[in-house]
Write a protein that binds this ligand. Structure first.
Ligand code: GDD
Ligand code: MG
Length: 359
């Protein structure tokens, strides 16, 4: 069967991305650079490769940034429309709100921050075969507490939906991609914020709707935290995570042609270096995500960290598991470890932050 051209895709991109602050103070989460492209571009390329052409971006926070970059979508072979919430309507409200833009009988909905290799045609086939009202893509994770836990019966029918509970009944979780028939979507209340996870799915499960799961074991990651963003980016660079945009470009590091790399610098672990960035001699970057125009000076070390636009990391500084906001200036020999976050434009003097008393 596969995907008919008439299938619409809706991508929910209206969240504030608070767990990725301060990077999301200047750009919405799905537009953060990831292996050389805004994250959303990887997702849109996957939607396009699956045969869907009509995409509706459900925007709210920093809505204009999406349209400035993608326009009408023709540059990437898509027909993109934008439906913007002045006040965020939540995930369910965002889905309901695009109804007038839909063209087909069913719609594929995507969370805008999920990196996966799921077979979209197979999810839609399951939906049709089961004569479902809603079909959810499900994956298994080691710690389901941060996600929607979704048990299914022997026939694949969803029996419950428990969003972010401390004691989830199963490690099978909502992977953030759904097929809705038009009629099921129209059951979502209008005119107020609605959570698809906390309100829509539980009520569909009690009103007799046919809600099914499609479980697979492909690559899957929610990019919503610094740890996951760094891992997902590195996995894209190294070819562990799929993206139609990166065919033939994979390796230990992805360096923009305009970046300058000093002698003896070591770039490993899926490091990505953005446009116009400068890496000093002998610097060591392991799983680093370096945004455009950043400067990492001689002998500095950056591990599993995100370095924002135009940041300067001084000589022999160490950043490990950190997030450095746009334009910050980290003085020589500073140490920033274990989840440290530096706010945009902050300047730390040479040697100003240490985790040890070594010179
Ligand atoms: N249009 C719109 N309006 N979009 C929104 C809104 C809103 O008010 N709020 C959030 N979104 C978008 C976000 O931009 C994101 O792309 C998507 O909805 C999901 O929001 P997240 O904030 O990333 O949710 P989560 O990661 O905590 O949990 C969700 O994803 C998990 C899988 O990654 C839930 O769907 C979980 O059940 C699921 O397991
Ligand atoms: Mg998320």
């Amino acid at each position: 069967m596969g995907i008919e051209k008439a299938t619409d895709a809706v991508v929910l991109v209206g969240g504030k991305g608070t767990r990725l602050r301060p990077l999301t103070m200047s750009a919405p989460k799905p537009m953060l650079p990831t292996a050389g492209h805004p994250f959303l571009e990887h997702l849109l390329a996957r939607i396009r490769a699956a045969g869907i052409e009509h995409v509706i971006l459900s925007t709210s926070y920093k809505a204009e940034v999406f349209e400035e970059y993608f326009g009408d979508g023709s540059g990437i072979g898509l027909d993109i429309e934008y439906v913007t919430e002045d006040q965020p309507l939540g995930t369910g409200g965002g889905i309901r709100n695009v109804e007038s833009a839909l063209r087909g009988d069913h719609v594929m909905v995507f969370n805008g921050d999920v990196l996966t290799g799921a077979d979209l045609g197979a999810i839609l086939d399951t939906h049709v075969e089961k004569e479902a009202d809603v079909t959810l893509h499900l994956v298994r994770v080691s710690d389901p507490r941060a996600y929607g836990s979704v048990p299914t019966d022997a026939d694949g029918r969803v029996t419950a939906f428990l969003e972010k509970t401390q004691d989830p009944p199963t490690d099978q979780i909502n992977a953030g991609c759904y097929v809705f028939t038009r009629a099921a979507l129209e059951k979502i209340p209008t005119g107020r914020p609605v959570s698809v996870e906390r309100e829509v799915f539980p009520s569909l499960l009690t009103d007799g709707s046919r809600v099914f799961g499609y479980v697979d074991h492909t690559y899957w990651r929610d990019m919503g935290t610094p740890e996951d963003f760094v891992r997902g980016s590195a996995d894209l660079v190294r070819g562990i995570a799929p993206s139609p945009l990166l065919e033939g470009e994979r390796g230990e590091a992805l360096v923009h042609p305009s970046a300058g790399i000093g002698g003896g610098a070591l770039l490993i672990g899926g490091t990505v270096v953005g446009r116009g960035a400068v890496i000093g001699a002998g610097a060591r970057l392991d799983g680093a995500v370096v945004f455009d125009g950043a400067q990492i000076e001689a002998g500095a070390t950056v591990e599993r960290s995100i370095v924002g636009f135009g940041v300067r990391i001084g000589p022999r500084a160490l950043v490990r598991d950190g997030v450095i906001g746009d334009g910050a200036d980290i003085g020589a020999r500073c140490e920033l470890l274990r989840g440290a976050r530096v706010w945009p434009g902050v300047a730390l003097p040479d040697g100003g932050v240490r985790f040890s008393t070594d010179v």
